[in-house]
Design a protein around this ligand. Structure first.
Ligand SMILES: Nc1ncnc2c1ncn2[C@@H]1O[C@H](COP(=O)(O)OP(=O)(O)OP(=O)(O)O)[C@@H](O)[C@H]1O
Ligand SMILES: [Mg+2]
Length: 206
């Protein structure tokens, strides 16, 4: 079992902690935040019911399911836009999802789009985002909405590699891949359009 409890997470999301894998420096382990799991339940008020841990645990399990489905049809192209999946591991903080931990070319941590877009327009970043949205449309990896804070921009020698780090799995994923191509495409296009609007809103007003 992986021991994570006593180390510091690299990133803290709204739902999960992201730890560096204790044995593999280029992998991360994602676990539910302690305040989102069992023990925290007792202190949550009744009207927070819909935020109770089951839902979060459920999301974690759905993501695992989604990754497994992706693995059955994964190509190298896919892993350019989604960090490579390395399965799950038991940890002292519950089930952990292990994926590739991305770094910028200079070794620093990549920022997500919410953090980057507030700095203003950047043609190189925009090119990375365009490549990403095009790939997302083709690869059928979308499930939840495309939110800027769930997408990171990895700085490479020539431009940015834009990747989806969260949001690949929920109940929609399976129907989406089995639906008629027309509806699947229409739905994906709508998500991409909304994503572009969200990005626009993050840009500073000029
Ligand atoms: N594989 C990765 N490589 C580098 N950074 C990552 C990776 N995965 C996540 N991050 C960073 O950690 C942050 C939190 O990760 P993630 O979105 O998976 O957590 P979460 O708690 O599920 O998110 P939410 O707040 O959407 O519920 C991301 O916004 C991103 O900045
Ligand atoms: Mg997230």
């Amino acid at each position: 079992m992986l021991k994570l409890k006593n180390s510091r997470p690299l990133f803290v999301g709204g739902t999960r902690y992201v730890f560096q894998h204790p044995q593999h420096a280029n992998r991360c382990v994602k676990v539910l935040r302690p305040d989102r799991t069992g023990a925290a339940r007792k202190v949550l008020r009744k009207d927070f019911k819909r935020y109770l841990p089951e839902r979060f645990l459920d999301d974690q399990l759905k993501e695992i399911k989604a990754y497994r489905e992706l693995l059955t049809r994964a190509s190298e192209t896919l892993w350019r836009y989604v960090p490579r999946y390395h399965g799950t591991e038991d940890t002292d903080m519950g089930v952990g999802i292990v994926t590739q931990l991305m770094r910028n070319g200079d070794g620093s941590w990549p920022q997500n789009l919410e953090q980057m877009l507030v700095n203003g327009k950047d043609p190189a970043l925009q090119a990375g985002i365009d490549e990403f949205t095009e790939a997302v449309g083709k690869l059928r990896i979308l499930s939840r909405d495309l939110l800027p804070h769930n997408i990171i921009a990895v700085k490479e020698e020539h431009g940015y590699r834009v990747m989806l780090v969260d949001g690949i799995g929920n109940a929609e994923l399976i129907p989406l891949s089995t639906w008629s191509g027309f509806f699947a495409r229409r739905k994906t296009q709508r998500k991409i359009r909304r994503f572009r609007q969200r990005c626009e809103l993050l840009l500073p007003r000029s």
